[in-house]
Design a protein around this ligand. Structure first.
Ligand code: BGC
Length: 382
């Protein structure tokens, strides 16, 4: 295991690298990635496994900036959307690659009641003109600086990121101590382990917001990607993208991905739910053999490159968002604008608006308890 602070090597590795990479020994390369407005330094950590797959992660927002994995011919491409510079992330990012929290997804009207007290949250989103709280607020976990500790865990390069979210931040109660550990496995799996503890009861729902394009970022839309979702129900929403509370069967609807289907096949069908989201932007209720433990949530296959992404999670749900709100205004790493549906997200999570929806699985973390969950993104090719 090598940990480098070698800036010239970083310049070589840093930008737009694609092609066949030689076999490597697992390593972590650390390079500067700019600084926060208050002067704190931000870094980029390049995790490389023995077969040359590479994840570049910054401690700003715990963002996965680049992710190079091989296609069926062994060619490496960057399969996540994002920017080359910290300034671009700070200026305008629809959560590209970030960890979102304290509560990933929406909370209706930006408020919830817990143990008899009502907590107002920042409202920072208004689908259909209906205000809500989205992804932790104006300055969520995607916009803060985390402390970072690179290490070798079970012979795989890992990065542990920590952040203390203060009592009252964005309206949430309690000091919340959050730890995220990314680990790049020998088998081209990127695992994300989330932990948190609190000193007051608070909602917690953390997720990873990477936009994947298995054909390579910026190369086109994801409508030809073939998706399988291990979910026989989903949570339909109202015009404000807040779940109605119903767990509706997907059978006979464009939401049935239990058998592999191209994303573009039904995305523009005249369906009220698709109309609300401008396409897929919905939480699916995962079918799992038993409660808890890692379960298969989704598989995505991109026919041209042959790349496959499998998502495994301990969470009960996954938000499948097909990049409907991308509109060409974000110019990504390779200098190409990200047009509508140029990336897809599979945000493993508890269901949206759970703090206001008693029938949904509980998202309240209590003092003395530990929030702990894991999601694995596993890449291969066929
Ligand atoms: C939400 C979308 C939102 C996007 C980025 C996704 O998680 O489901 O509705 O537009 O994040 O802001």
């Amino acid at each position: 295991m090598k940990i480098f602070h070698s800036y010239p090597v970083a310049a070589l590795l840093g930008l737009g690298l694609a092609g066949i990479l030689p076999a490597a020994t697992p390593s972590i390369n650390i390079t500067p990635f700019g600084s926060m407005a208050d002067g704190r330094a931000v870094n980029l950590y390049s995790l490389v496994n023995a077969s040359g797959a590479r994840a570049d992660i910054t401690n700003y927002g715990a963002i996965i900036v680049r992710l190079f994995v091989p296609d069926r011919a062994g060619r490496f491409d960057d399969v996540v959307l994002g920017y080359n510079s910290l300034a671009d992330y700070q200026r305008a990012s629809p959560y590209f690659g970030a960890v979102v929290g304290r509560y990933g997804n929406r909370i209706a009207e930006g408020r919830f009641t817990l143990d008899g007290r009502t907590y107002p949250l920042v409202t920072n989103n208004a689908p259909g003109g209906i205000p809500c709280h989205l992804h932790g607020g104006t300055v969520g976990f995607d916009k803060v600086l985390w402390t970072a500790e690179p290490s070798l865990v079970d012979a795989a390069p890992a990065l542990t990121l920590r952040y203390r979210s203060r009592d009252g931040e964005e309206g949430y109660p309690g000091n919340l101590d959050v730890t995220i550990r990314y680990q790049l496995g020998e088998d081209n799996s990127l695992s994300v382990e989330y932990r948190a503890t609190t000193d007051q009861s608070t909602p917690v729902n953390l997720t990873q917001h990477s936009y994947f394009n298995l054909g390579g970022e910026g190369r086109g839309d994801i409508l030809d990607h073939v998706l399988t979702l291990n979910a026989s129900r989903f949570t339909p929403v109202n015009a404000g993208l807040i779940p109605t509370g119903e767990l509706a069967p997907v059978a006979g609807t464009p939401f049935d991905f239990r058998q592999p289907r191209a994303i573009g096949e039904r995305v523009d069908e005249p369906d009220e739910q698709l109309k609300f989201g401008g396409g897929y932007d919905h939480n699916f209720v995962l079918d799992r053999p038993e409660a808890g433990g890692l379960a298969h949530a989704a598989t995505v296959f991109e026919p041209k490159s042959g790349r496959v992404l499998e998502v495994w999670t301990e969470e009960p749900g996954v938000q499948f968002y097909c990049g409907n709100f991308l509109n060409g205004s974000h110019v990504g790493k390779s200098g190409r604008a990200y047009a509508r549906r140029y990336g897809l997200c599979l945000e493993t999570q508890h269901f949206p608006n759970s703090p206001n929806q008693p029938s949904f699985p509980d998202t309240i973390l209590r003092p003395g308890r530990e929030y702990r969950t894991r999601t694995i993104f596993k890449f291969s090719a066929r």
